[in-house]
Design a protein around this ligand. Structure first.
Ligand SMILES: [Fe+2]
Length: 175
């Protein structure tokens, strides 16, 4: 992680910062399975995946983060990975946001981008809220216990669970 990233994470709560840094480190350990040209972007996206919590505009952190990073000239791959991280599309749907908010970050023709997506989802799902190493089961039950039943995040995670588990499983298979 460089100084610019550290600065971007500074408005986040202490625990979110610790979580973000641990997700970045986890990605650093596994990014070697990606084509060389994707590795730095995957690592940057992992460190910065939750940056939108500290730079809220729309109030939906994956898109707020991706837009912020685009304004700072991060690559379209980094912005894509952040926008779509950890079933963001499901949470957007629960929030009643139009699916079109993702359109500016859709990317085609980038080899192995879907593997990078899976690795980021897995890195996030295997890291606890303070940066602890968690199993996917521990992480999902931790999120569900942190948010009230009926809340947006609780509903979104419940609805996204099969997708989240499938991504984590594919990621584990690719390492
Ligand atoms: Fe997030």
């Amino acid at each position: 992680m460089n100084e610019a990233m550290d600065e971007l994470l500074s408005p986040l709560t202490k625990s979110r910062r610790a979580h973000s840094i641990a997700v970045g480190r986890r990605m650093e350990r596994v990014a070697g399975v990606l084509p060389a040209e994707l590795r730095d972007d995957a690592v940057a996206a992992a460190y910065l995946h939750d940056v939108g919590y500290g730079h809220s505009v729309l109030g939906f952190h994956p898109i707020d983060g991706a837009r912020l990073l685009r304004s700072l000239n991060y690559s379209s791959v980094v912005c894509h990975l952040v926008a779509f991280h950890t079933a963001a599309e499901v949470e957007a749907e629960v929030r009643g946001l139009a699916a079109a908010v993702f359109d500016e970050f859709r990317l085609t023709g980038v080899p192995c981008l879907e593997v990078a997506d899976d690795l980021l989802w897995w890195s996030d799902l295997s890291t606890g809220p303070n940066g602890e190493a968690f199993t996917v089961d521990e992480r999902l039950s931790e999120i569900l216990s942190r948010y009230e039943p009926g809340s947006i995040v609780h509903t979104a995670i419940t609805r996204a669970e099969p997708r989240l588990r499938a991504a984590a499983q594919r990621a584990s298979g690719s390492m």
